[in-house]
Write a protein that binds this ligand. Structure first.
Ligand code: SF4
Length: 334
């Protein structure tokens, strides 16, 4: 027997919301999903009128939904934002080249300017070239560090006030789990914060922080949004994979687990006495760093010297290796 939409509109329900279990028709689902994102934006004070906001766009479901929903909420609620798309091209053949084509389609459909920055132009290395050097084991370390900085650089070039990223509730719950499993309570603060900011960098915010991944997929599907869904060809990230599988198993028996884990992470992270690293500027590139040299410069140094494993591991070991390398060069010169 057909189920009626539980919102009381009288229409036939076509889906069961993974987050709440409510049976809803398409229009009421759109309204509920959009209203929740709007509430996240308002309650978290994510934007101010007149701001220029870059949407970090990969062409995947999260950033596509984010760009689309920010556009409609901006118009519906008069946020007064100017929106631009900011993409990073890691240089991964068969993955990023195709997903960037989707971003270009979104640029045309949503009428937002698009800026693409590549690892090749910023660092002189594409991910294809890095994987050739280091293999497929630590490639995501390089990619993650370079991407974080590339977004900062792109945001500075565009002169934006804020970068909105597509992190969803599942991503955040996974990261909370990973940080707890690693015993890294200090990082909980950063991963659960809806806005991350320090005086040397442009703030980042997560408007989809409380949006379930399954609902993002449903929203994109029913809205017929264009997004790219192929996995990265260099995607081993086994540790996150275990956390993801564990979370999905828990979600099957208790759908609220995603929100529960986020709230646990939030309450753990407000405990007093957690020391966060002091943030300053890298003495070489001038971008944000808690060390004298930022991680991107250390990794790049390693690649350029033919010692790609240099920046992977403890910073004291990195310093020792750099010192050894410097002495060796000095001895060779002599
Ligand atoms: Fe980069 Fe790893 Fe993500 Fe691929 S899976 S885009 S290499 S971080």
């Amino acid at each position: 027997m057909p189920v009626t939409c539980s919102s009381g509109c009288g229409k036939r329900a076509i889906l069961k919301r993974p987050k709440t279990g409510d049976a809803l028709c398409k229009d009421c689902f759109f309204w509920a999903f959009e209203t929740e994102v709007h509430n996240t934006i308002i309650n978290g004070h994510l934007f101010k009128p007149g701001q220029l906001v870059a949407v970090a766009a990969s062409g995947g479901k999260d950033s596509t939904v984010l760009a689309y929903i920010l556009k409609i909420l901006n118009e519906r609620h008069n946020y007064g934002l100017n929106l631009v798309l900011l993409s990073v091209d890691e240089g991964i053949t068969g993955y990023r080249d195709d997903s960037l084509e989707t971003v270009k389609k979104n640029r045309d459909e949503y009428e937002m300017p698009l800026k693409i920055l590549s690892y090749e132009e910023l660092y002189g290395w594409s991910m294809d070239a890095i994987v050739k050097q280091i293999g497929k084991k630590n490639n995501c370390t390089f990619c993650g560090v370079f991407r974080r900085q590339a977004l900062d650089r792109g945001a500075a070039m565009l002169g934006v006030d804020c970068v909105a990223t597509g992190h969803n509730a599942d991503d955040i719950a996974e990261t909370v789990l990973m940080n707890i499993l690693r015993g890294d309570i200090a990082r909980l603060q950063r991963c659960t914060a809806i806005i991350t900011a320090n005086e040397d960098a442009i703030p980042r915010c997560k408007p989809l922080k409380y949006a379930y991944e399954k609902e993002i997929v449903m929203y994109a599907y029913f809205k017929r949004l264009h997004y790219f869904s192929t996995e990265c060809v260099y995607s081993p990230n086994a540790y996150r994979g275990y956390a993801r599988t564990f979370l999905k198993d828990l979600e099957k028996v208790r759908p609220s687990v995603i929100m529960d884990i986020i709230h646990s992470g939030e309450s753990l992270s407000v405990r007093e006495g957690i020391r966060m690293p002091e943030v300053g500027k890298c003495s070489r590139c001038g971008y944000v760093s808690s060390q004298e040299l930022c991680k991107a410069c250390v990794l790049l140094d390693g690649l350029n010297r033919g010692l790609p494993r240099l920046g992977i591991g403890k910073s004291s070991k990195v310093k020792e290796a750099l010192e050894r390398e410097k002495n060796k060069v000095a001895a060779d010169d002599f």
